[in-house]
Every structure is written in structure tokens, then in C-alpha cells.
Ligand binder design. Structure first.
Ligand code: AP5
Length: 213
């Protein structure tokens, strides 16, 4: 099963991806997590991406398409995958289509988590993440069982550098200008499923599982 989680920054894509992994055993492919790993490792690609990420801008399509090509060709993607945070531009969506044709695979579902902008800032600013496994928590809406520690892998939780009110506003502007138009792109292909992303986390997981079967 090849699926994509679609939605604004902070809509809950990473949070829901963890539950989909648990149930379906397919890997999450988060371009944000891969870029953060490259930044932390100080690779040339990480150095190039760092400034864009910290200012809330999108990283260049060439970098992103390159890392997705490498990742989708890995063995663990053979039984399916969850795209999280990719594609984010029309050029990325078209590159993904081309790549999937080459690989003789298709996208089964795009799940859009619909959350209005006014709820996004509070979600993002209160987020705490695990640098090790990408687990995502919230100080109020989704606290970990043990304060400051990831429920999934037991590693410490941190606040992302770009999770502040200023950068969120810029990320939302990028989302509306470049990513939101992809909603119609996937709707026309008949794979789009919409979910009310304002519900609580458990209800949303149940809605996703109903769609995925
Ligand atoms: P990325 O890491 O992808 O960030 P994002 O899209 O901005 O998405 P987030 O990770 O912020 O949100 P999410 O939807 O996963 O929310 P989460 O589940 O954590 O990208 C970062 C940067 O990298 C970009 O700005 C860009 O520079 C670059 N980049 C990445 N991919 C790129 C690409 N393809 N092209 C170009 N550049 C790229 O939830 C958020 C919070 O809300 C958490 O605290 C969570 O606990 C809480 N929460 C979740 N669900 C609920 C709920 N139902 N109710 C209440 N709280 C909830």
C-alpha cells in the first residue's frame, strides 16, 4: 500500500504516520526528517537545506526529488510506504509521477488532514519531537507518558528550531502558495480522501484506518 499524508505544517501528518507504521508495517518517508538528519550530520545537502528550513522556506525541488528517488528504491519500500511532507510543489508531484511509472507502482490513497490555520500555530509551538525516531508530541494535546521522553523509543524530546510563531507563519504562507494547489491535482486523479483534522488524535487514527481498511 503506497499512501501520502497531505496537509499544512502541524496538521498531524507525523503523528498519524506513527500509528499507520504500527498497524501496517510500512515505512514513513518524511522529507522533513531526512533533511533534519542531513543538517545534523553536516552533509553538503544539509548545509544547503539548513537556511531554507530555519526561515520557513521550501528546500529546492532538485534536492528533494534526489533524496526521494534514493529512498523509494530501498528494500523496505517494496511492500509500501507513507509519504509525509512530500510532494510539496507541482514540480515534485510531477517528478513523483514519473518515478512511480518507472518503478511500476502507483499511489493508492492521498489522505488530507484538514486543519484551519488558526489551530496550526498552537499545535506547532507546543510540539516536542524525538530526534531519534521522529516521534511527535505536544505539551498539552499529546503529552508523552514520561515528561521529555519519547514513548516510541525512550530518547529525549526536543523543540524544533523552526517551531516558533514567526516561522510557522512563513511555512503556512509557503503551504498555501505552493502545496495546497496539489489538493486538486490528487482529487482529479481520484485518490484523495479528506479527514477532519480538528478531531482528537485517536479519532483521526480511526478515520484513517477506515479508509485504509
Ligand atoms: P516538515 O518536517 O515536513 O514540517 P511540516 O510540513 O512543516 O510539517 P510538520 O512536521 O511541522 O507537521 P505534521 O503535520 O507532521 O504535524 P505533527 O504530527 O508533528 O518540514 C520542515 C521543513 O523542511 C520545511 O519547512 C521545508 O523547509 C523543508 N521541507 C520538508 N519537506 C520538503 C519538501 N518536500 N520540499 C521542500 N522543502 C521541504 O503535529 C504537530 C503538533 O500537533 C504536534 O505537537 C502534535 O502532537 C499535535 N497534534 C497532532 N495531531 C493533533 C490533533 N488531532 N489534535 C491536537 N494536537 C495534535
Amino acid at each position: 500500500m503506497n499512501i501520502m499524508l497531505f496537509g499544512a505544517p502541524g496538521a498531524g501528518k507525523g503523528t498519524q504516520a506513527k500509528y499507520i507504521i504500527e498497524k501496517y508495517g510500512i515505512p514513513q518517508i518524511s522529507t522533513g526528517d531526512m533533511l533534519r538528519a542531513a543538517v545534523n550530520a553536516g552533509t553538503p545537502m544539509g548545509l544547503e537545506a539548513k537556511a531554507c528550513m530555519e526561515s520557513g522556506k521550501l528546500v529546492s525541488d532538485d534536492i528533494i526529488v534526489g533524496i526521494i528517488k534514493d529512498r523509494l528504491s530501498m528494500e523496505d519500500c517494496k511492500k509500501g510506504f507513507i509519504l509525509d511532507g512530500f510532494p510539496r510543489t507541482l514540480a515534485q508531484a510531477e517528478a513523483l509521477e514519473k518515478l512511480m511509472i518507472e518503478m511500476n507502482i502507483s499511489l493508492d490513497k492521498v489522505i488530507s488532514l484538514n486543519v484551519p490555520d488558526e489551530l496550526i500555530v498552537g499545535r506547532v509551538v507546543g510540539r516536542r519531537v524525538c530526534k531519534s525516531c521522529g516521534g511527535s508530541f505536544h505539551v498539552e494535546f499529546n503529552p508523552p507518558k514520561k515528561e521529555g521522553i519519547c514513548d516510541f523509543c525512550g530518547q529525549p524530546l526536543v523543540q524544533r528550531k523552526d517551531d516558533n510563531a514567526d516561522t510557522v507563519a512563513k511555512r503556512l504562507a509557503e503551504y498555501h502558495a505552493q502545496t495546497a494547489p496539489l489538493f486538486d491535482f490528487y482529487k482529479e486523479k481520484g485518490v484523495m480522501e479528506e479527514i477532519d483534522g480538528t478531531k482528537n488524535i485517536k479519532e483521526i487514527t480511526e478515520d484513517i484506518f477506515k479508509i485504509l481498511g
